[in-house]
Design a binder for this molecule. Structure first.
Ligand SMILES: *Cc1c(COP(=O)(O)O)cnc(C)c1O
Length: 385
């Protein structure tokens, strides 16, 4: 069994994907070929946002977005404590101070009340400016945007959506990647909508930021590439990746998104009733199910549970084993002393980091495999309960 079966997807979509790639090979327009602009149009239309700017990966998408807002040293950037490292790495790499905020107990996403407390703390006790809030759609589940947005509005602080795990998710009929003042996603192969290498994209309705981001992504270009008006980076989605994403677009939005939701519901239905904490999806929220993550009960030792599952042929992962505020890179002991901090020790995140376990999931996962995972998990729970 695979943790996420990318091969199964390729086998099914092979004709379209091979054709799309060989078209790029024939055209030999490997960087900024026509497929890149076509993809940007398709994705902007799907998300219903004016501008989509593709780039090298999801981490650079976040960094470029923050650069367009001039986030720098002296800025506080609020980041959930429970996320992938890049959410905090992007602001810190620009010299800003990440402020790690604990997450909601049920959704594992940024807790709006704790966000507000952290903002108040920064306003009252530090000399930092209010730079931005980064909300993450962890595991594919939309963050609580209605509440997070009101906190942002109250303090006049910009909202950046880190949708690396959530492309295709929605709240009501509003799709993810449309909730931030700028929103970012990743096309890393294992993300819900992935390419065959690295890739990312940035979405915004703001013309000025879009233009600045396009400039930063290509060496700070002005009217053309050899007219450079600011110091930028080199961050582009290459044409082959754009072609792969175009070939995967319709299957993803019309089929895979529904299938992965079906698999997740099946898991939740079959796992219901034992001592696990199962994923919670608020009503009206649609998850993209980048991961299906359970919480193990206290009496289970996660390492041995994980290795016993592995012996039964079931790969599992721990996303994430360490709170952001505990990462050496954000402590004053780290070699580059990029300090980040949190108001407290983020008890919800700290507990989640000890208990979470992510099960294999994907749109092409056979129902028998789901059943096998469930019966194996239940057997181990019974043995040890
Ligand atoms: C994967 C991921 C990123 C970074 O994306 P890359 O394309 O790997 O650089 C950022 N944030 C979150 C939450 C992620 O899961």
């Amino acid at each position: 069994m695979h943790y996420k079966d990318l091969k199964a997807q390729y086998n099914i979509l092979q004709n379209q994907i091979d054709e799309a790639i060989s078209e790029v090979l024939n055209e030999a327009s490997f960087i900024s070929g026509p497929q890149v602009a076509e993809l940007e149009t398709v994705l902007a239309g799907y998300v219903d946002i004016k501008h989509c700017i593709t780039c090298g990966n999801g981490t650079e998408a976040l960094t470029l977005a923050l650069m367009s807002w001039n986030i720098e040293e002296g800025d506080a950037v609020f980041v959930p404590d429970f996320t992938f490292f890049a959410s905090g790495e992007a602001p810190a790499s620009l010299g800003a101070t990440p402020i790690f905020v604990d997450v909601d107990e049920r959704t594992y996403n940024l807790d709006p009340d704790k966000l507000e407390a952290a903002i108040e703390h920064v306003v009252n006790n530090t000399n930092l400016r209010l730079g931005a809030v980064i909300a993450v759609d962890l595991y594919g589940l939309p963050a609580n945007y209605p509440s997070i947005r009101s906190v942002c509005n109250k303090y006049g602080i910009k909202l950046l959506e880190d949708c690396a795990q959530g492309f295709g998710g929605a709240i009501g009929d509003k799709r993810l990647c449309s909730f931030g003042d700028i929103s970012c996603t990743s096309f890393f192969p294992a993300k819900p909508y992935g390419c065959y290498g690295d890739g990312g994209a940035i979405f915004t309705d703001n013309d000025e930021w879009a233009e600045i981001i396009r400039s930063y992504a290509v060496h700070g270009k002005g009217t053309m590439k050899y007219d450079n008006v600011r110091l930028g980076v080199n961050s582009r989605l290459d044409t082959i990746q754009a072609a792969v994403l175009l070939a995967k677009f319709t299957p993803y939005v019309d089929f895979e998104l529904k299938e992965v939701n079906r698999i997740a519901s099946l898991y939740s239905h079959l796992l219901n009733g034992n001592d696990l904490v199962l994923p919670y999806v608020p009503s009206n929220y649609l998850s993209a199910w980048a991961m299906y993550t359970i919480q193990l009960p206290d009496y289970i030792d996660r390492d041995s549970f994980k290795s016993e599952l592995s012996e039964m042929g079931i790969p599992t992962m721990v996303y994430y084993p360490k709170p952001m505020h505990d990462q050496l890179a954000f402590s004053t002991d780290s070699p580059d002393q990029r300090k980040g901090y949190s108001l407290d020790d983020c008890p919800i995140t700290t507990n989640l980091c000890k208990k979470v376990l992510t099960l294999p999931i994907g749109p092409y996962m056979p129902q028998d495999d789901v059943q096998y995972v469930v019966s194996s998990v239940n057997r181990l729970l019974e043995n040890e309960g």
